[in-house]
Every structure is written in C-alpha cells, then in structure tokens.
Design a protein around this ligand. Structure first.
Ligand code: ZN
Length: 305
C-alpha cells in the first residue's frame, strides 16, 4: 500500500515535470516566433520606408527634369521665333537697299505668294466671289467645336494654326475652332442669318468685311467648349487672354481689336498675316487695318516664314 502511494506520487511528479517541460518548450518556441515576427516586421517597415523615400526622390528628379525640359523647349522656341523675325527683317532691309540686284530668289518667293492673303477688306474692297484658296485641308477634328463637322483651312497656313492649337492645349487652355474657311455661298447664307439677328446697316458692312477674311481660308473664329456658338463672353475667357498674349507668335492677329475705328470688336476672329508682320504689330501695338496697304504688302514675302 505504501509502496503504491509512493509510486503514484512519483508518477504524478513525473507527469508534472513532463507537462512543465512541454509548456516550457512551447513557450520558448512561441517567444522565438514572436521575436522573428517582430524582426520581420521591422525589416518590412524599414524596406517600406526606404522604398517610399526612394520613390519620392525619383519622382522629384522626374519632376525636376520635366520642368527643365519644358523650360528649355520654351527657350528654344522663343529663340527660334526671334531668330526668324530678325532674319525676315534683315531680308526686308536687303530687299529695300539692294533694289533688284541679288534679290531674284526673294522676288521668286514673292511671286509665289497669293497677294490677296494680306489685303485689307472694306466697304469698297471685297474679295471676289469666285475666289477660292489654292489648297484647303481639313482641320484636325480634335480641335474643333463640332468634331463631326468638316472645317477647312488653307493648307500652307494649317501648320501654323496647328502649332497654336497644340501649344494652347499644352498650356491647359480650352480652345476650339468654330469657324474657318467659308465659301462665298456659305457666307451669303450666314449673312442672311446675321441680318435677321442684327438688321442691316453698319453691321452689314462689318459682316461683309469679316466674311471676306473667312473666304481666304486663313481666318478662324475661336470659341471654348463652354461658350460654343454663342460667341458673347469670349473676351472674358482664358482662351481669349491666351490668344492676346500668344497668337502673334504663330502669325495670327486680331483683325478687329477693342476700340478700333473700322468694325465692331470681335475677340474671337483671328486672321493669319505671317509671323513677321504679326510680331511687328504686336511690338508696336498697332492694328492691321490702320496700316497703309502698301506698308502691309512689304510683308507678303515673309508670309509663310
Ligand atoms: Zn470671324
């Protein structure tokens, strides 16, 4: 009996020891795992921090490079523009001082440029109703107010207009072409419409003047997605402001600026006159229509420069 009790005690002690050992072993393993987990977590956090700081750093470098590139591109464009304007001015000077000698190339260039492209139109001087530009191309629909409609433009002036539109796009300016080349017939229809809205009289003369320029294929009416065909309020848009500051760089001028003597203010109506003349008008603050026709004709030779 005593022996049995002792034996049972021994077994109990043994069991307690075994349970203790197992518990101890599991606790030990658990702690090891916990430590490993914590160290993994730390590792992960460190890697994450490093990754995000590297990404941030790379993004900063990319931003910096992009800004640099935009700046350089703008500087180069500006330089090119100034260079071309200066070159045209020197050519003009050469033409004026050297008479016929050595100007055969320039005269040939002049003979190939349609003189109508730089004419002033007025109550007494209209563009012939049979006049059609030498070649017309379709304006890229992404730049037009109604992309499903076909807007036509003078093929040799289109590259200048496209540059203007892409540049406005890059500057984040909402600008759309709403009217471009108009044939005499289209104009007659529109004119009837205009008369219904505004009546005849002073506006009739004004409208004729503007229409002639559209028949050249080198004149554009601009609008924005918001303003559309209303026209009114265009002068308050960012598009109008952008045009006033930049259009001359692409050879476009406002035919009828605010407070001009000839026609109602049309902030949306822009005519291509070539970069040399546009630059000259911009720098001197003068209007196309107040210049003498003979002075304007001097610039015909640089029309497509
Ligand atoms: Zn117009």
């Amino acid at each position: 009996m005593r022996y049995t009790i002792q034996k049972e005690y021994l077994i109990l002690i043994l069991l307690v020891l075994i349970v203790g050992a197992i518990t101890g072993y599991f606790n030990y393993q658990n702690n090891l795992l916990k430590e490993e987990l914590v160290s993994l977590e730390n590792h992960f956090l460190a890697a994450e921090t490093e990754y995000s700081s590297t990404t941030k750093h790379l993004n900063e470098i990319i931003d910096g490079l992009q800004e640099d590139l935009a700046e350089r591109t703008a500087e180069r464009d500006e330089f090119e523009r100034k260079y071309n304007a200066e070159k045209s001015r020197l050519d003009l000077l050469a033409l004026q001082i050297s008479g016929i000698q050595g100007t055969v190339g320039l005269l040939e260039k002049l003979s190939e440029t349609d003189p109508e492209l730089l004419k002033k139109y007025s109550k007494v001087y209209f563009l012939n109703e049979n006049y059609v530009p030498e070649e017309l191309v379709r304006i890229d629909p992404q730049h037009t107010y109604r992309p499903e409609e076909e807007y036509l433009f003078h093929s040799k002036v289109w590259p200048f207009l496209e540059d203007l539109l892409l540049s406005a796009d890059r500057a984040g300016v909402d600008i759309k072409v709403i009217s471009a080349y108009r044939s005499f017939d289209t104009q007659t229809g529109l004119k009837d419409n205009y008369e219904m809205i505004y009546g005849s009289g002073a506006n009739q003369f004004s409208a004729d003047q503007g229409y002639s320029e559209h028949q050249l294929g080198t004149t554009i009416d601009f609008t924005t997605s918001e303003i559309g065909a209303r026209y009114t309020g265009f002068e308050e848009t960012a598009a109008c402001q952008w045009l006033l500051e930049n259009a001359y760089k692409y050879g476009f001028i406002l035919s009828y600026p605010e407070d001009n003597q000839y026609y109602q203010f049309e902030p949306w109506h822009w005519r291509f006159v070539g970069r040399t003349l546009a630059e000259e008008l911009h720098q001197t603050g003068r209007n196309f229509y107040e210049l003498d026709q003979r002075a304007i004709d001097n610039y015909l030779i640089f029309f497509f420069d």
